[in-house]
Design a protein around this ligand. Structure first.
Ligand code: TYM
Length: 333
């Protein structure tokens, strides 16, 4: 077929609150790229258990995340959406790729080092091989593009290294994917510590905006956002807090950073923070309304993720069969 669209695979973990960082860095691009690409969007539930989860909470958050992604605009007429654990080929390919991955390269992963430091009493093997499962997620679908935030860059690099190594050893098998990291919003920062990323696992809830925060909470968190001791609303080096707020404002309103700077020239930080908060509140309102509708329609959600897993498995099986054959396993007959 000549009109075949290039493919996207991306994933998100149902491991906590979904933040404005996840939205700006990844989810909004998932939505925007749906017309141009054939998209596979995955809820990475297998990845979440590298850190201890409470089973009932994981179940609840998984369903909520499915509803939230649909509410954000993932369109099931255009894209597939599924749970990683429903497509066993992910773990099957992951095993094979583990055997094409070096301990040394995994031990250099900064996210492993960070997570190991935070979970010192549970540095499990899954946490260590996490990037291999992520490589399997991407390579199973022969994805051309992977829309993610900046924090996933290193994981994408190791994915390409593993794919190249396999292709080199056993002839071309995997498409080498490219990352799609937004120019504005690749790393939304914590509202309390603007040198760090906004993270869904932050212990301080004032540090992040949840996509499900109510209007008063959103306004309160923005009012408390840490900025600097100057009085100028300008995007420049050393003004991480203001830069972050300008980034959020410009993505949410569709204005450029320069337009946003101009709009607030001469205004005080207090007015600016309130304006950012109000823009975010009105942006989130329709998403939250749709989220509630989807959550009231569990049967529909089940239909969507069942259909998604079936269609994803079909594609995944094709790659896995090819891989098994190349490594020398006898076909099932
Ligand atoms: P996760 O669940 O931590 O985050 C989901 C997406 O949100 C992006 N992101 C951010 N972007 C900008 N600013 C931030 N503060 C911010 N915080 C998070 C992340 O970069 C990501 O794109 N390992 C992945 C999930 C995954 C995956 C995959 C992704 C599993 N398999 C295959 C792509 C392809 C993760 O933990 O993302």
């Amino acid at each position: 077929m000549t009109d075949k669209k290039p493919r996207i695979l991306s994933g998100i973990q149902p491991s906590g609150i979904i933040t404005l960082g996840n939205y700006i860095g990844a989810i909004r691009n998932w939505v925007e790229l749906q017309d141009e690409f054939e998209c596979f969007y995955m809820l990475a539930d297998l990845h979440t258990i590298t850190v201890r989860q409470t089973p009932a909470d994981l179940r609840k958050r998984s369903l909520e995340l499915m509803a939230l992604l649909l509410a954000c605009g993932v369109d099931t007429e255009k894209s597939l959406i599924f749970f990683q654990s429903h497509v066993p080929e992910h773990t099957q390919l992951s095993w094979v790729l583990n055997c094409y991955t070096q301990m040394g390269e995994l031990s250099r992963m900064t996210q492993f080092k960070d997570k190991a430091a935070k979970n010192a009493n549970n540095i499990n093997a899954g946490l260590f091989t996490y990037p291999v499962l992520m490589a399997a997620d991407i390579l199973l679908y022969q994805a051309d593009l992977v829309p993610v935030g900046k924090d996933q860059t290193q994981h994408l690099e190791i994915c390409c290294d593993i794919a190249q190594r396999f292709n080199h050893a056993l002839s071309d098998t995997f498409t080498i994917p490219k990352g799609y990291i937004p120019k504005v919003g690749e790393k939304i920062r914590s509202l309390q510590n603007p040198t760090a990323k906004m993270s869904k696992s932050d212990a301080n809830e004032n540090a992040y905006i949840s996509l499900l925060d109510d209007p008063d909470t959103v306004i309160r968190k923005f009012k408390r956002a840490v900025t600097d001791s100057e009085a100028e609303i300008a995007f420049r080096e050393g003004k991480d807090g203001i830069n972050n707020l300008l980034t959020i404002y410009s993505v949410i309103t569709g204005k450029t950073i320069a337009e946003s700077e101009q709009e607030f020239a001469g205004k005080g930080y207090g007015d600016f923070k309130l304006a950012v908060g109000e823009a975010v509140v009105s942006y989130l309102k329709p998403i939250q309304d749709k989220f509630n509708d989807y959550m009231n329609n569990r049967d529909y959600l089940q239909q969507i993720y069942t259909k998604g897993a079936e269609a994803a498995s079909y594609v995944a099986q094709k790659t896995l069969r090819k891989v098994y054959k190349k490594v020398g396993f006898i076909p099932k007959g």
